[in-house]
Write a protein that binds this ligand. Structure first.
Ligand code: SAM
Length: 221
């Protein structure tokens, strides 16, 4: 009986998510149903519940061409050990995947290891353990972005690469954005934290390709 109830609520919630794609959802009803689904409680206000729900269609939510472009741009990292922050259900190169959404991690089939945790806290990895770190469509959602960048530096080997990609995902995900810095502002932040930065814009995607430099300033947030 209890199991039937759970399956029904999940199915109802899934149906709502599909309707959401077509702008035909009943948000009040969906919020009510989400309360009965363990991984969606608090949706869409709760961030983990929000991204858990996005996980089911996430691989299709980014255009194939953009996925291919990003994959090509990250190709130079593929021989090393990469940490993919906010990996979601899609890592572009083989990585240790890190995300706070268990559902996103569940669907990601390009991870050598999956680690569940928050990017707003100290990362659960040793110093200088990675050849590279990637963060694709992630930093717009982070409050303590400077602390996180310092953490990226900490876990990177000397001269290791950090690649951050930013770009418009879609309006529904935009509601979760916390910051919207321009290119120069991001460059400045990255340099202050201790990266040498190269920037490229391709197909309206921003690629910040960084190398860990020797000097570092302290975080203010
Ligand atoms: C827009 S998706 C990008 C997913 C993937 N990088 C891609 O390119 O398809 C953002 C991801 O960041 C994760 N995320 C957002 N805020 C987070 C946080 N504070 N801690 C851990 N993961 C977070 C979400 O769960 C989601 O998987």
């Amino acid at each position: 009986m209890g199991l039937d109830f759970k399956i029904d609520s999940e199915t109802d919630f899934f149906n709502g998510l599909i309707e959401l794609q077509y702008g035909q959802e009943d948000l009040i009803e969906m919020k009510r149903i989400a309360q009965k689904v363990s991984w969606a409680k608090g949706w869409p206000g709760d961030n983990v519940a929000f991204w858990n729900a996005e996980a089911f269609m996430w691989q299709q939510k980014i255009e194939k061409g953009k996925r291919e472009l990003i994959k090509d741009e990250l190709g130079f990292l593929s021989s090393g050990k990469n940490l993919d922050l906010g990996c979601g259900s899609y890592s572009y190169i083989k990585s240790v995947g890190f995300d706070f959404s268990e559902k996103m991690l569940q669907f990601n089939d390009n991870c050598v290891e999956k680690v569940l945790g928050s990017l707003e806290k100290k990362l659960p990895f040793d110093e200088v353990g990675f050849d590279s770190v990637t963060a694709i469509f992630v930093f717009n959602y982070i409050n303590h972005y400077k602390s996180l960048l310092l953490e990226v530096r900490r876990v990177l080997k000397q001269n290791g690469h950090f690649v951050m990609v930013l770009g418009n995902v879609n309006d529904w995900q935009k509601q979760k954005e916390i910051n919207s810095f321009n290119i120069d502002e991001w460059k400045e932040v990255l340099k202050k934290v201790g990266f040498v930065v190269e920037f490229e814009e391709k197909e309206r995607l921003w690629f910040f390709k960084c190398v860990k430099s020797v000097n570092v300033l302290k975080s203010e947030n």
